[in-house]
Design a protein around this ligand. Sequence first.
Ligand code: NAD
Length: 407
Amino acid sequence: MLESAQNLIRTIGERMGYEKSKIEQFIAPEMAFEFSIPLEKEDGTTEVLTGYRIQHNSSRGPYKGGIRFHQDTSREEVQALAILMSIKTAVANIPMGGGKGGVRVNPKKLTQSELKQLSKRFAAKLAHVIGEDIDIPAPDVNTNATIMQWMLEEYEKIHGKKEPAAFTGKSVSNGGSLGRTEATGYGGVIALQELLHKLQPNKQSKVTVAIQGFGNVGYYFAKAAVCEGHTVVAVSDSKGAITGNGSDNGLDIPLVHECKKKQGSVCDSTKGKTISNDDLLELPVDVLVPAALENVIHEKNMEKIQAKIIVEMANGPTTEAARQYLISKGVLILPDVLANAGGVIVSYLEWVQGKQGIWWTQADVINRLNEIMRASFEDIWSHSKKQSVDLTTAAFEVAIQRLLSPK
Ligand code: NAD
């Protein structure tokens, strides 16, 4: 993952005419922290865990990026994700840089009090190198608003002052932003609407959509897509996939959501029909939305993809070989660094509110998200037309230009 992120930046940077040394300087993280976290377990033993925070680039503003707790987390993974955060914040054109953090641990094996101790010790280790103007962590895989609150409490205790903007992704009752939960899914639909408008400016296009993953991102994407008049014909989760079998094959998204809450997997108590997860990716739909895992569109299934548009809501859902193949077949790929930027954009809006001590309504937040997403889509789209490159290349070129030669 690290190598492929670095190589993509090297290839694009060199083609854009940047000197090799300048590109290598950009690729290397500005700061990298790797540290031990002794965790006193309830059974009386002590486990020594490894934590990471990579501060990749701050040329546009404080480092911004999540903290993940996962048994496979490594220095290389965190560094790759930090680089991609620098690209994403630059694509969104918000005044922030890129960072990422993590602990190599299986949080499902920890008790609630061990998880709290881990979160506080992680924050204590970093307390003097993060902060609202330096580096602002957020939730990521297996971390959430409660964990951000524990980290913030520890950070504020060490510094002896309130500083709510030092962490984002907090619960609304603890200084989080309205609209954050919906932001990534809604942001993806804002980008899709812009794309459809470019393709058919004089028509309100209505499309069929299949969504892999019905978690936070997939659900809110589906909800917003239906609000725009589109038909969501299939959704899936780790346990399976369903498609509608009514006259238009459309699913009743609120019903599927209710049903999943009750039964623990996607279902539709009135008319859903079960299909396999692989079938979902290969359906004859207008728009395919991978919103679950990385590398799900690859060399073995790329020839079976029938969608004309792919909206990458998960991070890195398309392998490089599949991306090249699909682009050669005329498939439009809305890249992850643009399509799923809604989350980091509303994190930025949470930070702005926290610094000012002013709290906006949900409508205010969504309006601002809309403005920022539309502006960044326009930048990437016009660059791709001007330079005759695909949207992924355009997004990286715009970001690299903003990061390496700021105006
Ligand atoms: P989530 O945990 O809420 O949901 C993930 C969904 O994917 C679940 O429904 C899960 O059952 C499903 N899933 C897992 N394995 C699957 C499989 N093999 N086939 C089909 N579905 C499967 O996570 P999320 O927050 O919705 O994030 C989804 C993706 O979007 C991740 O790649 C994440 O990194 C990315 N992302 C999320 C945000 C955000 O704000 N939440 C922001 C940017 C990117």
